[in-house]
Design a protein around this ligand. Sequence first.
Ligand code: NDP
Length: 451
Amino acid sequence: MTLTVREPATEEVLAQIPRAGVEEADAAVARAKAAFPAWRAVAPADRARLLYGLADALAAAREDLAQLEARNAGKPIGDARGEMGMVVDTFRYYAGAPERTLGDTIPVAGGVAMTFREPLGVVALITPWNFPLTIAAWKLAPALAAGNTVVLKPAELTPLTALQFERIALEAGIPEGVVNVVAGPGSTCGARLVEHPDVAKVAFTGSTEVGRAIAAGAAQTIKRVTLELGGKSANIVFADADLAAAAAAAGPAAFGNAGQDCCARSRILVERPALDAFMDALEEHVEAIRVGDPLDEATDMGPLISAGQRETVASFVPDDAPVAIRGTAPEGAGYWFPPTVLCPVDPGDRAVREEIFGPVAVVVGFRSEAEAVALANDTIYGLSGSVWTRDGAKALRVARAVDTGVLSINSNTSVRVATPFGGFKQSGYGRELGPHALDAYTELKSVYYAT
Ligand code: NDP
């Protein structure tokens, strides 16, 4: 069976590759299982050296990977270069981990108790199409650093950089069987990894709906699961904020990666006295967004990933939708959709409540700090968010009150290699990145030594 991979900007075929199914998933798990004892036994400094070497090999391949990701995912080349930089940085960061995985000694009667962090075994990594290699790296690097072997299943729409990664890892000296990539459908290949008795853990990023199915499937074998799911993050702009800065940052936070970003601040909440001024400033920025060829250095926003995704996004903007601002998009081949801002919208509107995962943002007014917090928390999700104000105490009060895993003050950035990332509520559980991610790829063991 063949998997046809398309370029979203042209709808043309980019590659045809073998499509993995249940058999290939089983074979990959068997390879990973066989490679595990030797990989966990690699001395910490040697495992660190191998991961630094892999980071160097990824750095050398950065431009090729960026070009491939830009074409396959339809993202601007500048963004793709930034993402590949993060892939390299993530491996460098976790290359330090094997020699810093510390335990405790605990005073007890009659002897000494001590703790160890042990690897889990074979870990399945199931990833989406929006940041293909970046999200894979957030899982691969800590999983490998902790001494696990992995089977990575990238999204069928964007498997190409994952397959390149498998090759680069092998060439960089990572032993055979430690990194395995299976490019096949979630419903067969992915589901098999979730149910496989030799898989110890599933690390998943994707929709809340599939996350629910994965948690249920993994329960059969009591697998460890971490889930990074959807979001509907609030960008709270108070009237005392630097409105020019808030408006300039609101566009990229909603329309970056064509809005196909779990951290997209797609609900912009603005304090009423500042609403008109904010909308005027936002309009200028949205109209300036250059939507077009991902490989053109001047492009700010590319197409959506697929015709299906465009259809879903369009369903949130029916003919009678309250479109306040609309940018431009190319005509013809490619899954284009213009950046769009809806205002005024009812808080009960679908566009306010559901994750759109496209370049459509809503703007909602509020009158008080309490109302802003209530609106921000009125969602099943809790992944990301922002607060814009010049009042430091208010910023911290609101940051603490919003039920979300990641929050920025006077900034719309969410993700850093060194800080934990993950969701509250139905945005998932477990944390990626930062020092905490290693906990999710190890088991805590307590050993008692009678003296
Ligand atoms: P999906 O949840 O459909 O897919 C994610 C991955 O899961 C893909 O590799 C997919 O395979 C696989 N998959 C699908 N069904 C199953 C199954 N039954 N068992 C095992 N694996 C399965 O999400 P999309 O890729 O369509 O991404 C869009 C969604 O992901 C958005 O709703 C967004 O919120 C969320 N997302 C969340 C992020 C976060 O960090 N919180 C980041 C990125 C996206 P395949 O597609 O190949 O069939």
